[in-house]
Design a protein around this ligand. Structure first.
Ligand code: NAD
Ligand code: DAU
Length: 366
């Protein structure tokens, strides 16, 4: 049994589906293990994203908070996991700028509480069980701050310089994980990944938001000059990298994950528009990129992220399988075929956020 936290979110649900399926990148003992998903089901967590696995006998869902020590302690005692994979977090940068309380609570305090319970559980394992146990913390490239246009990509040795409340909270959690390894000998692994995209991505994030707005004839709001660069990784590649690190990563180490797919935001939005023109042309014959609107920039907007994944590639033999071109085509096809999922996650809470972020001062009128 392994415990996954935050498994009803975007990356977690893709990870669970892969774990319970048969498409393992790394054959290892843990591949056969069952999986318990602990998720608070915030606005970003949705059980519809896991509807196809919920009756799998190897799968169990528990609604709860990683910061609830009594619950976490009970689950550890019952499930006796050989590994924890911690996805649970508040993940949207713009929301952290609008108000960081939940980010501090879940990403910092929640991770601390989880680590404390896992430390107690680990302490009473047998020597063999201790040898096998892993705590894998899923983190982000944003902890490294922003790169100049000609600077080398982030390696694991890069200094932490988080710039948003979100990235600062993730950086704090990474430091706690590091400290629990150094101080208590907890067998931790940390992964720092670049921007993911793919199925089940909540439509507050750039790519799914652009797809949905395009289809609904709404403005496509590009922040600032649209020249910020992100390094895009198809979500299945992130999941295979996590499995590789879990199976063979060196305890106490951090691994950067990325697929060398740097794109400006304008390149991304234009690609989305061109694929929609091909796959679902507008009824009036116009191009979707006519909906692009430049809006006020994000506060403190990091200019560029890029990941150097050499350590993961050379030590563990992992390589991304998708290019941006193949991954984005799959992603758009998935959204076109799964509009019912989008409608179901677009709850009242989601509509309220769109109003706060884009609607209030009508910065992006078409
Ligand atoms: P997400 O926002 O889609 O999902 C987060 C999940 O965590 C949701 O299911 C939510 O209900 C759950 N959750 C939130 N607070 C919780 C709590 N206190 N207890 C239990 N569950 C809680 O996020 P995502 O995009 O899937 O990201 C998952 C992880 O990967 C995060 O830690 C994020 O920082 C990291 N990450 C994301 C990306 C990306 O591009 N999305 C890239 C690198 C790293
Ligand atoms: O780099 C990894 C990170 O990637 C993860 O840690 C975060 O959890 C994840 O949300 C993502 O953060 P970003 O801020 O890079 O992703 P987002 O999709 O919010 O924005 C991508 C870029 O697009 C960024 O430069 C801001 C811009 N943008 C975003 C939105 C939502 C726009 O121009 N318009 C928009 O409406």
């Amino acid at each position: 049994m392994i415990i996954v936290t935050g498994g009803a979110g975007f990356i977690g649900c893709n990870f669970i589906r892969d774990w319970l399926g048969e498409t393992f990148f790394v054959p290892d003992n843990r591949a056969q293990a069952g999986l318990l998903n602990l998720d608070k089901l915030t606005y970003a967590g949705n059980l519809k994203s896991l509807a196809d696995v919920e009756s799998n006998p190897q799968y169990r869902f528990v609604r709860g908070d990683i910061g609830d020590r009594a619950l976490v302690g009970r689950l550890l005692a019952e499930a006796k996991p050989t590994a924890i994979v911690n996805f649970a977090a508040e993940s949207h940068v713009d929301r952290s700028i609008a108000g960081a309380d939940e980010f501090i609570q879940t990403n910092i305090v929640g991770t601390f509480n989880l680590l404390e319970e896992v430390r107690g559980y680990f302490a009473q394992l047998s020597a063999d069980e201790k040898q096998a146990f892993r705590f894998l913390h899923v983190s982000t490239d944003e902890v490294y701050g922003s790169l100049g246009m000609h600077e080398a990509a982030f390696s694991e040795k890069r200094q932490y310089e988080p710039n948003s409340p979100y990235s600062a909270s993730k950086a704090a959690s990474d430091h706690l994980v590091r400290a629990y390894h150094h101080t208590y000998g907890l067998p931790t692994l940390t992964t720092n990944c670049s921007n993911n995209y793919g199925p089940y991505h909540f439509p507050e994030k750039l790519i799914p938001l652009m797809i949905q707005n395009a289809l609904q004839g709404k403005p496509l709001p590009v922040y600032g000059d649209g020249k910020n660069v992100r390094d895009w990784l198809y979500v299945a590649d992130h999941c295979s990298a996590i499995r590789a690190v879990l199976a063979n990563g060196r305890v106490g180490e951090t691994y950067n994950i990325g697929g060398r797919n740097e794109r400006t935001n304008m390149e991304v939005v234009n690609t989305v528009c061109a694929l929609l023109d091909e796959l679902r042309p507008r009824a009036d014959g116009k191009h979707y990129n006519s909906q692009i609107t430049f809006v006020k920039d994000r506060l403190g907007h990091d200019r560029r992220y890029a990941i150097d994944a050499t350590k993961l590639e050379t030590e563990l033999g992992w390589h991304a399988q998708e290019t941006f071109e193949t991954g984005i085509r799959k992603t758009i096809a998935w959204y076109l075929n799964n509009q019912d999922w989008v409608q179901s996650v677009a709850s009242g809470e989601y509509m309220k956020w769109l109003d706060v972020q884009y609607g209030a001062n009508d910065r992006s009128g078409l």
